[in-house]
Design a protein around this ligand. Sequence first.
Ligand SMILES: Cc1cc2nc3c(=O)[nH]c(=O)nc-3n(C[C@H](O)[C@H](O)[C@H](O)COP(=O)(O)OP(=O)(O)OC[C@H]3O[C@@H](n4cnc5c(N)ncnc54)[C@H](O)[C@@H]3O)c2cc1C
Length: 399
Amino acid sequence: MTIMSGYGGRFVTERADVVIVGGAAVGSATAVFLRREGFTGRIVVVEKDPSYQWCATGRSVASVRRQFSTRENIELSTFGWQYFSRIKQEYGHEADIGLVERGYAIMASAEGAGVLRANVALQRSLGADVELLAPDALKARFPWLAVDDLSGAGWGHSGEGWVDPHAHLALMRKRAISEGVSYLADEVVGIDVTGSAVAGVRLASGGAIATRTIVCAAGWHSRKVAGLVGIDLPVRPRKRYVFVIDCPTPVPGAGLMIDPSGVYFRPEGRYHITGVAPPEDEDPDAEDFDIEDGYFERLIWPTLAHRVPTFETLKVVNAWCCHYDLSTLDHNAILGGHPDVAGFLLACGFSGHGLQHSPGIGRAMAELIVHGGYRSIDLTRFGWARIAANAPLAEANVF
Ligand SMILES: Cc1cc2nc3c(=O)[nH]c(=O)nc-3n(C[C@H](O)[C@H](O)[C@H](O)COP(=O)(O)OP(=O)(O)OC[C@H]3O[C@@H](n4cnc5c(N)ncnc54)[C@H](O)[C@@H]3O)c2cc1C
């Protein structure tokens, strides 16, 4: 047992070299990659909901695309895809994360044609197997799609698709535990700071862990966790619904299809899943899981029926809700240290694309902790400096 001075006179029953707050996709990936980077110290992951039923990871659409407008996001997805594709080599023949390789089709109206062209050029320059399809090529590939009001679409020929997020998380967690990482079912409710450096976390159970390094991987709760050290994080919990639809007429070859309005759908087994972000003035901070009556009929169904006329006969058979950890400045992640609190590292603000980026983010956090800087993907632009300067690095492809 250790007693630390300046620790509120409490008995500290544990000490760790790194405490990770949140043990879902990003927290668990951070633990796994810390070991890969050779970190031998004690790692404790504190997770308040070990069932993972309320986190974004478990409720994610879990799709992977190279089609972003920001270099870092494309590179993170490239690494994510490589990681997902090598699961059997990495975790053994039995390992299965339900990887489906199927492209995204990100459609543009005439108004969006220039942005689409520029984005596809950037993606291709970074090695993404993405092609700009004109409306006739789009129609030839997807005969069931209405293309008259489209200028074209970006289409990912390879290296895009989706995974089973539960299976991905379970593998990461199991690997971390097998490498000596401790998972603690508890909630971080306080963080002690000595001088201007973190000294430890306090737990809802009454316990405490002394540490000099804390990773905030708390997803849509990250604002609260950062608030414990006085950081005003521009990350907000924003509700997103996913509807499961059944349509008797098949739409063969569909990938993850995104209408210019942002309405998306993709196959999921014998069904399809669909959703759309609400207009900004209908998107308040929220922590509940209720599904708004009439949302599908009002904001999704008319677009689906227009874009895919055979969807007129669809039925909604199920729905779920969870929250994006929305980075309100620019829809990009907020990563790394904060100038006022040494040892407090942020890994949040993923704004709806954190599942595919979780392997890359885990690796990046491990590099920061072990080497003091990024070694593989330079994610400096995702740091706090842009928040402090109020200088957004806007990601255009957010859905
Ligand atoms: C509907 C929906 C669809 C999505 N679709 C995609 C997609 O297609 N592709 C994609 O890449 N991403 C997608 N995302 C985003 C992606 O799921 C998230 O970015 C990613 O899962 C975030 O992982 P995380 O580990 O950071 O956070 P979470 O999965 O939210 O996990 C955070 C964890 O921290 C724990 N925690 C919080 N506070 C505390 C505390 N104080 N003490 C202890 N534990 C705490 C929580 O219990 C939780 O388990 C989607 C998200 C939603 C909601």
